[in-house]
Design a protein around this ligand. Structure first.
Ligand code: ZN
Ligand code: ZN
Length: 315
């Protein structure tokens, strides 16, 4: 359901493009420098998710903004505490005297805690904060077929880890003797709306929906996680375990090789063995290490990935 393309080359900063099956827009996670991110991909983006605003995750925001001017619709930006001011300041540092009204609107959602976010909109030419609201107990981003959840990890600053979660699908297990028909749609609707006593016309008779629930099969929605910079400590690992257990696919920060563990601790980052180990504990089906220190050469990154795989596949 979700595909994640890493748009940044090894010597660039992290940027991931997410595409969703049967969905016309795509999603950008992290705004690191990424020359492979095309104009069209920026224009076709519906929302941008930023874990934190260290420069390697935010430097390319201006390029995305540059390409989105003129798309004449709203783009959502989700990020940690401070993101509203930071986005506004970045935009306001340019001269907008020639921009047309309605060229683009940004709605910025600033995560305050696990169940609260603040939202504002910014519009040209003045880009003043408008429609400020504090939203409680609501998902940070929802579309018809999926939603996005998050955990707040510690990286000596908040670092938001995002989980794209496809909706479960309710299906009917049809056997070879059974015929589909109107009843199947009625039954699925009754199940989804918990109308357990609704009468279903099934094989010439009237039956209560709940008596046919044994025919229902729930197909679990796919999940894709993005875990960026975080200290490899127990409290972060417990949060990762809570949110990303049994995920289909996770891209996880793996900034340092095991030999540079001391640097990882100093900079509140993770390193190969720890990222591999937590992915193994989460029983993630496909775990992909991303976001390596730019000090490493190609062969060192290969070594780092091997260290990650070793920890992830340890019996
Ligand atoms: Zn960082
Ligand atoms: Zn980083």
């Amino acid at each position: 359901m979700f595909t994640a393309e890493i748009k940044s080359k090894a010597n660039e900063d992290i940027c991931i493009l997410i595409k969703v099956e049967n969905h016309s827009y795509n999603y950008i996670c992290e705004c690191g420098e990424a020359k492979d991110l095309s104009v069209k991909e920026c224009q076709n983006t519906n929302a941008i998710f930023i874990s934190h605003t260290h420069i390697d995750h935010f430097v390319n925001f201006d390029t995305i903004l540059r390409h989105q001017i003129g798309i004449q619709r709203k783009v959502v930006i989700v990020g940690p505490m401070g993101i509203i001011d930071q986005v506004q300041h970045r935009i306001k540092s340019y001269n907008w005297n020639l921009i047309e009204e309605g060229s683009i609107t940004y709605e910025v959602r600033e995560i305050q805690s696990l169940n609260q976010f603040r939202t504002i909109t910014l519009e040209p030419p003045l880009w003043e904060k408008q429609n400020e609201q504090t939203i409680n107990n609501s998902p940070i981003f929802v579309k018809k077929n999926f939603k996005v959840e998050y955990e707040i990890l510690d990286h000596k600053t908040d670092s938001i880890a995002y989980l794209f979660k496809g909706n479960n699908k309710t299906k009917i297990k049809l056997t070879s003797e059974m015929k589909g028909g109107k009843w199947a749609g009625d039954l699925i609707r009754a199940y989804n709306t918990k109308s357990n006593n609704q009468i279903i016309n099934y094989e010439g008779g009237n039956v209560k929906a709940k008596e046919l629930y044994h025919l229902i099969n729930i197909e679990k929605g796919k999940s894709l996680g993005l875990i960026m910079d975080h200290a490899a400590n127990d409290s972060n690992h417990n949060l990762i375990l809570r949110k990303f257990e049994a995920c289909d696919k996770v891209l996880i920060e793996c900034f340092y090789k095991n030999e540079d563990k001391e640097l990882a601790i100093k900079n509140a980052h993770s390193y190969a063995a720890k990222s591999g180990e937590i992915m193994k504990r989460c029983k993630v089906k496909q775990a992909i290490p991303v976001h390596f220190s730019r000090k490493y050469k190609e062969d060192e990154i290969e070594e780092l990935v091997k260290q990650f795989e070793f920890a992830n596949n340890k019996p």
